[in-house]
Write a protein that binds this ligand. Structure first.
Ligand code: SF4
Length: 321
């Protein structure tokens, strides 16, 4: 399948008074047309910074210091601010974690979806209204025609997130990035929103990057998975590869944290390292039960161990010592 978005050797650092935070440090992955790619990792792993880097929304003291982000052949870091503005919304849209902060309580829902449509296209008023209602129906808002006139406080958390997704879809983006979009919602609503993402992928063959810390969510919806740890990719592959045959000790640890009918939940010992003062060698070595001498000295590279399954660990492939 053709790749629609390629991230190549991306490095995004934050230059703080305390030192340089290597929030994203040399990561590469591809998103193919119609693919739902999940980026998973604990908080501080660099997932959100990756998404914000793709949209060029990194603010000072952060900076993309190296790498390429290619959307349909165009290198995004090379675009002017005006061209990038056009990409955001028209080509790539983002849904954030908290739907409350994405909606303005003083305007009707309909007005805000209308705004999302007209921000990038000139459309007459009647057309805009019917398009907004169509979008609200598409994301599963019941009685969309009537609810078009309501305000956000009249919507539940799940319904608000549906409205935010409708706004993101307003300009038919080629890539939709969702950053922990269900974290603020209860479990039943979370399942409904996950179904909505799957429906969008299936119906419109949309390419979606779904960011989450929750491997249970990933196991439900992902086509492929990128596992991040301390700003680096430690493993990537298809859902089947990662969930049924995880290789990296960190991925295995995340899977052991999943609740299951048999067996106990085993948390990964320790915490994510301080990104200003990363351990030398493999950044996971202080928490790894397989750590060897080389792990404390050298950084393992991300190598392919079988078709499209990559791991960064001295236990495998070309890294194997
Ligand atoms: Fe563990 Fe070494 Fe592999 Fe890092 S490189 S995950 S420390 S075995």
């Amino acid at each position: 399948m053709e790749s629609i978005l390629s991230v190549e050797n991306l490095k995004t650092y934050f230059f703080t008074k305390k030192g340089t935070v290597k929030a994203v440090d040399d990561i590469s992955f591809d998103l193919r047309k119609g693919e739902l790619l999940c980026i998973v990792g604990e908080s501080g792993s660099g997932k959100t910074v990756t998404a914000l880097s793709i949209l060029r929304l990194i603010e000072s003291p952060g900076k993309i210091i190296d790498g390429r982000i290619i959307l349909n052949g165009r290198d995004l870091p090379g675009l002017s601010p005006g061209q990038m503005q056009d990409v955001r919304g028209n080509k790539i849209a983002m849904v954030f974690q908290d739907p409350h902060s994405s909606l303005n309580p003083i305007f009707t829902i309909g007005y805000q979806v209308d705004e999302a449509i007209t921000a990038h296209k000139s459309v007459n008023e009647n057309e805009t209204t019917s398009k907004s209602i169509e979008l609200l129906e598409l994301v599963g808002i019941p009685m969309a025609k009537e609810r078009y006139h309501d305000y956000s406080h009249q919507f539940s958390g799940g319904m608000k997130q549906r409205v935010v997704i409708a706004m993101a879809l307003a300009c038919h983006p080629e890539v939709l990035i969702a950053d922990e979009p269900t974290t603020a919602l209860d479990l039943t609503v979370q399942a409904q929103i996950l179904d909505l993402f799957l429906e969008l992928r299936n119906k419109f063959f949309m390419s979606i990057i779904y960011i989450t810390h929750d491997l249970a969510v990933v196991s439900e919806i992902a086509d492929s998975i990128v596992v991040m740890y301390a700003g680096r990719i430690v493993e990537k592959g298809s859902r089947e590869d990662i969930m049924s045959n995880p290789l990296h000790p960190y991925t295995k640890g995340l899977i052991r944290c999943l609740p299951s009918d048999h067996g106990e939940i085993v948390p990964i010992p320790g915490t994510i390292p301080n990104l200003i003062n990363l351990p030398q060698g493999c950044v996971f070595h202080p928490r790894c039960i397989h750590s060897m001498e080389i792990c404390r000295k050298k950084r393992p590279s991300l190598n392919m161990v079988k078709e499209a399954h990559y791991v960064s660990c001295f236990l495998y492939g070309d890294n194997h010592e």
